[in-house]
Design a protein around this ligand. Structure first.
Ligand code: 9MR
Length: 352
């Protein structure tokens, strides 16, 4: 089993386990401030797994603060594309219905990702045409199904190598070319929903200047080639030792394209990075980074503020705490109580 599929399997099993054991009294309302959505003049998003929709503590806390949902993994090929090549939409539909019923926006994540290479695509014949047709068919099915509800899509996720040396190789780039696979996916998405904002999205742009530069070069090239990309995602998975100023510089640089920016997957690990062993120091830096992230996002031109999204609601919901139970990367603790990171975000919103 690959690392990714191990994590995916773990995540799916765990999410049900978490839902089952968190049927407790509803979480306390935040004590130190108004709901985020009443303070933010732009959408505030949170990642969701379908099982969490059956957890009243999760749904009431999420609906109190957030106005947009991103499926954490159930709208990816790893769940949607089955071994025989057919698609299953049950969980994506459940998430979409919840968003619609609560008046929230849905954000589509993600259509094409190097980490998802389903067997049904791998075994397609070598003909470039049929591979392109199959990918376009998938994108059309997904984007068309949620047209009018999904405000945007991560069309291609994580295109840049970790060392920043250029775009990654993947099944998609090998079959269709680097720019070619962007063209196929973005053009199909654009045709299926003319209104949705179409993103590429990546991580560690704040801590790796070479990766940021490479990401920006790719975006420049795609725009020059006429790829209908019109949004830029900055995941913002951080370690607490990230120096002050890095988030602000990164968002400013990305905003230079003039396109909508999605701060798309914020969390700050207190166990990764160079502050291991200094928990109090890591937590102080974590609070400061949450504040800086909101300050920097709120400082962007209004028309570029697509959404500010956190990658999970409560610490116990996070992919990071599934990897290391000592981590606590989010704004609410596992009981749903607001943490100092939440306070920093509220303060940044009030100080705009
Ligand atoms: O948090 C997600 C986790 O539950 C899934 O198992 C995993 C594989 O689908 O993906 C995680 O989310 C990733 C996101 O889709 C892309 N950026 C990095 C995120 C954390 O790994």
């Amino acid at each position: 089993m690959t690392e990714l599929s191990r994590r995916a399997a773990l995540a799916s099993g765990m999410s049900f386990a978490l839902a089952a054991c968190s049927r407790q009294p509803a979480a306390a309302e935040p004590v130190d401030g108004a709901p985020l959505k009443s303070l933010a003049p732009f959408p505030v998003g949170v990642a969701v797994q379908a099982a969490q929709l059956g957890d009243p503590a999760w749904t009431s806390l999420a609906a109190t603060h957030f106005t947009q949902l991103t499926a954490e993994w159930e709208m990816k090929m790893e769940y949607v594309v089955q071994a025989d090549g057919s698609f299953r939409f049950d969980r994506a539909d459940a998430i979409a219905a919840f968003a619609r019923d609560r008046g929230m926006r849905l954000f589509g994540h993600t259509l094409v990702w190097y980490a998802n290479e389903p067997e049904a695509f791998v075994r397609l014949d070598e003909s470039r045409q049929s591979f392109a047709g199959a990918l376009a068919n998938y994108v059309t099915a997904m984007v068309g199904r949620y047209r009018g509800l999904a405000s945007g899509w991560d069309v291609i996720n994580e295109p840049i190598r970790d060392d920043g040396s250029g775009p990654r190789d993947s099944l998609w780039s090998r079959k269709l070319g680097q720019v070619g696979h962007f063209k196929v996916a973005f053009e199909a998405a654009r045709a299926a929903d003319p209104q949705a904002v179409l993103f590429t999205n990546d991580y560690h742009l704040e801590s790796k200047p070479a990766k940021l530069a490479s990401y920006m070069r790719l975006i420049e090239q795609l725009l020059a080639e006429g790829v209908p990309l019109n949004g830029i995602g900055c995941q913002t998975h951080l370690d607490a030792d990230l120096p002050a100023g890095a988030i602000t510089r990164t968002l400013k640089a990305l905003a230079g394209f003039g396109l909508p920016i999605h701060l798309s997957e914020l969390d700050v690990s207190v166990v990764g990075g160079g502050l291991l062993g200094d928990r109090a120091g890591a937590e102080r830096r974590q609070v400061a980074l949450y504040g800086e992230a909101m300050d920097a996002f709120a400082a962007l031109p209004q028309r570029q503020q697509f959404a500010f999204t956190v990658w999970g609601l409560r610490d116990g919901d996070s992919w990071l705490t599934r990897e290391n139970a000592r981590d606590a990367p989010l704004m609410f603790d596992s009981a749903g109580r607001p943490k100092p990171t939440y306070g920093a975000v509220v303060k940044a919103l009030r100080g705009r």
